[in-house]
Design a protein around this ligand. Structure first.
Ligand SMILES: *[C@@H]1O[C@H](CO)[C@@H](O)[C@H](O)[C@H]1NC(C)=O
Ligand SMILES: *[C@@H]1O[C@H](CO)[C@@H](O)[C@H](O)[C@H]1NC(C)=O
Ligand SMILES: *[C@@H]1O[C@H](CO)[C@@H](O)[C@H](O)[C@H]1NC(C)=O
Ligand SMILES: *[C@@H]1O[C@H](CO)[C@@H](O)[C@H](O)[C@H]1NC(C)=O
Ligand SMILES: *[C@@H]1O[C@H](CO)[C@@H](O)[C@H](O)[C@H]1NC(C)=O
Length: 951
């Protein structure tokens, strides 16, 4: 009894004292506002506010943000002058609180400057009393279910700068009074429910920076009067029913970063003034009726531009069929629209198509392998699938989100229902999403009637009671340009999240092409669970014929026919080859240099016309680089094969000689790490080489330029690839070749990121003559071995030196010549030596890799690189040694134990320290002589990377 009494006493006193303390505290909310808050809490069903605490204290749930997305935050200002010394609520943020009810009119009695109710379930009209919130600057009402007209009183909020009312169910036209809100900086109205057109009073909003409107119903109109909005950075008027010309003054909005006018009815030419939009990174004009030519400024730019689904006239300057991985819709344009070229020979029509959108290849059963669809992570992209039998394009970037780089694929299994255990369940684990427009093309399908099945499952929004469940995804489905489903909502159609739903359509394929597009019109939520989540999503596509496809029918016949054709072709080819060989021998004999003699030319010849057609007459837009002696162009042969064409500049008077040189050598060399030569062309004094086209351009671009991420295993693979290529050139090929110009830009990468050495233009036959002295030095500063640069002394060890530099660059991600690490250090190589001395060599490793690399492997490559860059050619390893050093540990030990090597080369000290320890005793017989410090060695221990104390 006594204890419970004293307990009671303690509680009372605590309450009392805390009460006293609170009443002494000057920061106390104005009584009228406390009453208003009580009313507001009741109407909004906000149950967790604790009125026994001062709302301005932050205690009692007045400020809760357990999760950065769910925010409940009341901010007070207590600095108002006497006599009214109490506080006022100036900001109220209640985002994603799952609140229901309507906006209480009691709000009007507050001094609010910010009101944010984004992502709740409010409904009903906005009360006219909102007009009394004259101090309001930010009003965020997006992603609720507000209804009715916007009250006219909203026009009294003269200080309003930011207003978001997207994703609601307002009715009526966009009101005229919007023009009274002249301080407006940001107006966001995606799928608000309001009808167009934008009233003419809008022209008064001259401070606007972001104007984002989509999906307006109502009457169509000509382009709204925006000529006074000089500060616009984002102008989005998507599907706003706008017809007529695009005014020239858009070109004066030079601050524009994003221009999205897609899915309107704009006609006529695109004004040339758009060329002035130098800052615009994203220009989306898809789905209009623009005519005329594509503006040159679009053709030349590398912005993200989508002009698909318009009525442009196809210009001859646009290479047809050049559709590989473009991020500029000018190049993708002929692919995006009209008749996609059927790039395959007629025989190869397909009758089925399976795509696992946004995921890896998946075999569902014997018959069906869903192809991977992961590539294409850019705002405008066009990517071919396997064999160019299908392609897809995606447009748009997720607006107003917080991330720099958008993801266009999503994966999630947690929301998928467990009982969805059918074999095709995996298809729904991943999906592709797109902010604007996602199109899949079936190419080269046999004509006929097909069943197109689109597989969907909502894997982002949930069906539980969290705010994740409030998300609403709404988009339109088109097949063969026909609107099949408007306002498709996966979750609704499937009856919940994580449930698969398949929509099937029967369509006719008439010109071998099938087009499936998913478009986001602006409906649905854009802010749940976070800002920037919206747009179409699809898990998989299957296309099957409704007729017996010849693929099955005539298998036997086809086999027979194929057999006959193959036999005939082989015979004809044999005859042609013989004829060509005979002819060649005769023609080339006199024309070409002696150097060529003895080399077997096995390559094809191309006519100049052929090459001009492939490169669109050496169009500047097709230029992909500047090689040793001239420009390199990308081209596509009529059968669809991509080629790289090297046009030797006429300036180089040595050209012809070099040409013969290069031709002879490369044609006889075949190695996985050397670029393949397809053929050549000698016509009208033009000397042209045709090479295989490599997807990923050159190593220097991958390392120092693009966003291509090179992981550690890839870097290792590239290093080894170059080493193997060089080993082949130096030691294995029939003719020994010193490349003379090994550098990062002379190493090309194929689509698997395998290294291929290119540009043998400088290579000179290593004709076993004794002098090795060259009169003409050719090479690149920063990569040239000192003895070659200074004295013209050339052996294959010059290539070894250059290889060392390239290897350093690969590991460090820095360019040897362009980087000056610090005052005292000239280049990367200097820095490497200094760090090696300090025992901090690993500091060189590219910081991008973070710790995702093997220290041991990095040590090997770095040390090999330093061995290779020894000033004395004799102390550099041979390429075959380099390959085995990179490939096997034993080689490293042998090298270290070689007295000739280690005695004279102090640089090996660190390396020795690193690798010595345990391994020495287990290797070959020679090793033991030279071991000085192997006390701590024990037989089978794994080499441990010593902790280096470096920053
Ligand atoms: C609450 O909102 C105010 C103003 O909007 C902001 O400055 C403050 O950081 C917010 N507090 C929390 C905890 O989010
Ligand atoms: C509107 O903003 C201006 C400038 O920021 C300020 O001086 C004025 O007091 C504000 N008006 C109201 C009603 O808050
Ligand atoms: C908007 O401005 C016009 C003229 O400037 C005025 O007549 C009208 O009353 C204003 N509307 C509102 C709602 O304040
Ligand atoms: C496309 O433009 C041509 C003239 O350039 C016109 O005849 C045709 O009707 C247009 N097509 C559409 C769909 O607007
Ligand atoms: C496809 O074409 C055939 C023959 O022209 C026709 O009978 C059929 O109805 C068409 N199917 C569709 C879905 O349009």
């Amino acid at each position: 009894m006594v204890t419970s009494h004293s307990m009671y006493f303690v509680i009372i006193t605590t309450l009392l004292f805390s009460g006293i303390f609170e009443s002494c505290n000057t920061t106390k909310l104005h009584d009228a506002e406390v009453r208003a808050l009580k009313e507001i809490g009741k109407k909004m069903k906000k149950k967790d506010w604790d009125f026994s605490k001062d709302p301005c204290s932050g205690k009692g749930n007045w400020i809760v943000n357990t999760n950065p997305l769910i925010n409940s935050n009341l901010t007070c200002d207590c600095s108002f002058h006497p006599p009214n010394s109490s506080c006022h609520v100036i900001a109220m943020i209640l985002t994603r609180n799952c609140l229901t009810g309507s906006i209480p009119k009691e709000w009007a009695s507050m001094r609010l400057e910010k009101l944010n109710l984004e992502g709740n379930r409010f409904s009903g009209p906005i009360p006219p009393e909102i007009g009394k919130l004259v101090h309001l600057e930010e009003l965020f009402l997006s992603s609720n279910s507000f209804t009715a007209h916007l009250p006219e009183q909203l026009g009294q909020l003269k200080n309003l700068t930011n207003m978001w009312i997207s994703d609601n169910e307002f009715t009526g036209q966009i009101p005229n009074f919007i023009g009274n809100l002249t301080k407006m900086v940001e107006l966001e109205m995606f799928g608000s429910g309001l009808d167009g057109p934008l009233p003419s009073s809008t022209s008064a909003l001259t401070s606007l920076v972001n104007l984002q409107i989509s999906d307006l119903g109502g009457k169509s109109s000509s382009f709204p009067p925006l000529q006074n909005m000089k500060s616009l950075k984002i102008l989005e008027l998507r599907r706003c029913n706008i017809y007529g010309r695009l005014p020239k003054y858009i070109g004066d909005m030079t601050s524009l970063k994003t221009l999205d006018l897609s899915f309107n009815h704009l006609t006529d030419k695109i004004p040339s003034s758009l060329a002035n939009l130098k800052l615009a990174d994203y220009i989306y004009l898809a789905g209009n009726k623009f005519t005329g030519g594509v503006p040159n400024s679009f053709i030349e730019s590398n912005k993200n531009i989508d002009i698909s689904s318009n009525n442009f006239t196809l210009q001859s300057s646009i290479p047809r069929g050049d559709c590989d991985q473009v991020n500029n819709a000018y190049k993708g344009y002929p692919c995006y629209f009209q008749h996609l070229p059927c790039l395959l020979p007629k025989r190869k029509y397909k009758y089925k198509l399976y795509i696992n959108c946004g995921g890896d290849e998946i075999k569902v059963d014997k018959e069906k392998t869903y192809e991977a669809n992961i590539e294409g992570q850019r705002p405008t992209t066009f990517v071919y699938g396997s064999d160019k039998h299908w392609a897809f394009s995606s447009t748009g970037h997720f607006m107003n989100d917080l991330t720099e780089v958008d993801d266009y694929t999503v994966s999630n299994t947690s929301t998928l229902l467990a009982n969805a255990s059918s074999p095709s369940f995996v298809l729904y684990k991943t999906a592709r999403i797109s902010p604007l427009l996602l199109t899949y093309y079936g190419l080269c399908l046999g004509n006929g009637e097909y069943t197109v099945s689109l597989h969907f499952a909502e894997i982002i929004f949930t069906s539980d009671s969290t705010f994740y469940s409030l998300g609403k995804r709404v988009f339109d489905i088109y097949v063969q340009e026909k609107l099949m489903i408007k306002n498709f909502n996966i979750k609704e159609a499937a009856g919940g999240s994580g449930k698969p739903i398949i929509k099937t359509f029967v369509v006719n394929v008439t010109n071998h092409n099938l087009k499936i597009s998913l478009r986001w019109a602006g409906k649905g939520t854009t802010t749940l669970p976070i800002r920037g989540v919206y747009g179409p999503m699809i898990s998989a596509i299957s296309v099957e014929p409704n007729f017996k496809s010849p693929e099955h029918d005539d298998k036997k016949n086809i086999l027979l026919i194929v057999g006959i054709i193959v036999a005939a072709v082989i015979l004809i080819l044999a005859i042609i080859t013989v004829i060509i060989c005979l002819w060649r021998r005769r023609c080339y004999k006199n024309a070409m240099d002696k150097e060529l003699r003895g080399l077997d030319l096995q390559t094809g010849t191309f006519t100049l016309r052929h090459i001009k057609a492939a490169t669109n007459n050496f169009d500047a837009a097709n230029k992909i680089g500047e090689g040793g002696f001239g420009s390199v162009y990308k081209g596509v042969l009529s059968e669809g094969r991509m080629i790289a064409v090297k046009k030797l500049s006429s300036k180089s008077n040595q050209g012809s000689r070099e040409f013969v040189n290069e031709l002879g050598m490369i044609s006889s060399l075949q190695h996985p790490n050397l670029v393949k030569l397809y053929g050549s062309c000698v016509e009208k004094k033009q000397l042209i080489l045709v090479y295989e086209y490599l997807e990923n351009n050159c190593l220097s671009r991958a390392l120092f330029g693009s966003r291509l991420k090179l992981e550690w295993p890839t870097r290792k693979k590239i290093c080894l690839g170059i080493a193997k290529g060089l080993k082949f050139l130096h030691e294995e090929s029939a003719i020994k070749i010193v490349h003379r110009d090994i550098k990062a830009s002379n190493v090309l990468l194929d689509d698997d990121l395998n290294a291929k050495i290119s540009d043998f233009g400088l290579a000179k036959l290593n004709d076993d003559e004794n002098t090795h002295i060259n009169t003409r030095i050719a090479g690149t500063p920063g990569y040239m071995a000192p003895e070659y640069a200074m004295r013209g002394y050339l052996t294959e060890k010059a290539d070894v030196y250059s290889f060392g530099v390239v290897a350093l660059e690969i590991v460090s991600g820095k360019s040897n010549s362009n980087v000056k690490p610090s005052e005292n250090l000239e280049c990367l190589l200097d820095q490497a030596y200094v760090l090696q001395d300090k025992g901090c060599l690993l500091d060189l490793v590219d910081p991008v890799l973070d710790s995702a690399y093997s220290k041991e492997e990095a040590m090997v490559i770095l040390n090999v690189a330093l061995l290779c860059t020894n000033t004395s050619p004799a102390l550099r390893p041979k390429m075959s040694q380099v390959v085995s050093l990179l490939e096997e540990k034993a080689a490293m030990k042998n090298l270290l134990s070689d007295p000739n090597f280690s005695a004279v080369n102090p640089k090996l000290k660190a390396l020795r320290k690193f690798f010595w320890q345990s391994e020495a005793s287990t290797s070959g017989p020679r090793t033991t002589d030279n071991v000085d410090a192997d006390e701590n060695s024990s037989k089978d221990e794994i080499v441990e990377v010593p902790e280096l104390e470096c920053e």
